[in-house]
Design a protein around this ligand. Structure first.
Ligand code: SAJ
Length: 410
């Protein structure tokens, strides 16, 4: 039974804000903390600064009812949920500086007895590191008086509000008491099973889930390159093979993006480099896919029919979202535009109104409406399977060179 009535959520991003909003919808007073002024302002106005279906209603209702607010400073609370980024360093080890910055804000507020939950995807040992870090800052507290747990998020962008309720959760405690207390808090909104374990197993479970997917997408991406060499249709191949009752091959694409699957496997590789052979190879295979797409586009621009314009359809890292983090489309767009200054690239992304900063400074790349790009370019490169592109009529593709990395227009 949950007894916690006041929670601080540190980091109001794609995971922190939905978690804050759903807790607030259960009557818990939630104080969100973020370093970005745009985020703090938006939340206090009841708005969501990114695209996530259904989240807007939760946030506006909770803010109107006074159960959710945001600020730059960490408040006192009975429980703290840390949902900050964990990028990787150049050597693929995890950068824990955002977690440490969150802990710097929490430490002075502690009185003893609080629950601190790390939700950020973390390498093995990060939760213990957080515990040690907090206790080093607050030597007056003991490891018994601070309940620390890892509860990795597992929700799929685009379905977050649904999956927060329906997905099973894993809670790994530094102590069993911490796991139980965190479990009770999550049970206020999670209707599925909440499974308790130790912190390192919970950390690894999260990393393994995303590595499993990365390895299987790498298999699909390898099949697409093999099929191209053999002159067969990879989508048909996969469809046929998947008719076997125990085969379920995933879909090839232009590479793997997002802040999760393209990142998390490296945390395992850097922790146990000798042992993590398949996991490393999968990362390398998926990271190589954008260059393969680039070579296909460049090949198409050498044709006599090429009119000087290439459409790049979709910049987000996957369908029906606006998130462009680690997006293979962005890498493809940037490299193509840099390497082919005489070609005009028409980038299409229906979910944004301006190109991201990562594409700044490219004179031959412009954000273009879908219809104009389809009409003007003689090479059409489909990079993301957004719903908007599903309805493109076959007549719009007639006479064009089509590079369909998602199998949407076959
Ligand atoms: N992709 C393919 N082929 C596929 C499936 C995906 O190329 O068959 C690509 C996507 O286009 C995208 C990337 O992989 O670029 C990742 O997309 P995704 O939909 O597989 O996953 P994410 O990154 O949006 O969310 C994942 C989820 N993890 C798993 O499915 C195991 C989600 O549940 C996690 O919460 C999330 O990572 C996270 O935050 O870790």
């Amino acid at each position: 039974m949950n007894t916690i009535k006041e929670v601080a959520v540190i980091g109001l991003g794609y995971i922190g804000l939905p978690t804050a909003a759903i807790l607030a919808s259960k009557g818990i007073v939630v104080k969100g903390v973020d370093v970005t002024p745009r985020t703090v302002e938006a939340v206090n106005k009841g708005e969501v600064p990114f695209v996530e279906p259904a989240l807007g209603e939760f946030v506006s209702k909770a803010v109107a009812e006074g159960t959710l607010s945001a600020s730059f400073d960490t408040p006192e609370a009975e429980a703290y949920i840390v949902a900050v980024p964990t990028p990787f360093n150049e050597d693929y080890t995890a950068d824990l500086s955002y977690i440490e910055a969150a802990a710097d804000g929490i430490a002075p507020k502690l009185k003893g007895g609080e629950l601190v939950i790390l939700e950020s995807t973390s390498p093995p040992g990060a939760t213990q590191h957080l515990a040690d870090y907090l206790l080093a800052k607050r030597p007056d507290l003991t490891s018994e008086s601070l309940l620390i747990a890892h509860c990795p998020e597992r929700v799929l962008p685009g379905y977050v509000m649904e999956e927060l309720v329906t997905n099973d959760r894993i809670v790994g405690g530094i102590t069993p008491e911490a796991a139980e207390k965190a479990k009770a808090l999550y049970a206020t909104f999670c209707e599925a099973d909440i499974l308790t374990t130790d912190a390192v197993t919970a950390e690894m479970a999260k990393l393994v889930e995303n590595s499993f997917r990365d390895v299987n997408i790498a298999f699909a991406n390898e099949l697409s390159v093999i099929s191209d060499k053999l002159g067969i249709d990879v989508w048909e191949l996969i469809e046929l093979a998947n008719r076997h009752p125990r085969v379920n091959i995933l879909q090839p694409g232009p590479g793997v993006g997002g802040h999760c699957i393209a990142v998390d496997p490296w945390f395992i590789v850097s922790a146990v480099p000798e042992q993590a052979q398949i996991i490393r190879q999968a990362r390398e295979t998926n990271d190589a896919k954008p260059n393969w797409v680039i070579s296909k586009v460049e090949e198409a621009t050498k044709s006599d029919k090429f009119n000087g314009k290439v459409a790049l359809l979709g910049l987000a890292f996957k369908a029906n979202i606006d998130d462009m983090r680690e997006s293979p489309s962005i890498a493809i767009a940037r490299k193509l535009a840099e390497a082919n200054p005489s070609v005009e690239f028409l980038a299409v992304e229906p979910h944004v109104e301006a190109l991201p900063k990562s594409l700044d400074g490219l004179n031959n790349l412009t954000l273009t409406p879908t219809d104009a790009a389809l009409a003007d370019a003689s090479v059409l490169t489909l990079l993301v399977d957004h719903d908007q592109f599903k309805t493109v009529p076959a007549t719009a593709l007639a006479g064009k060179e089509v590079i369909d990395t998602r199998g949407l227009w076959r």
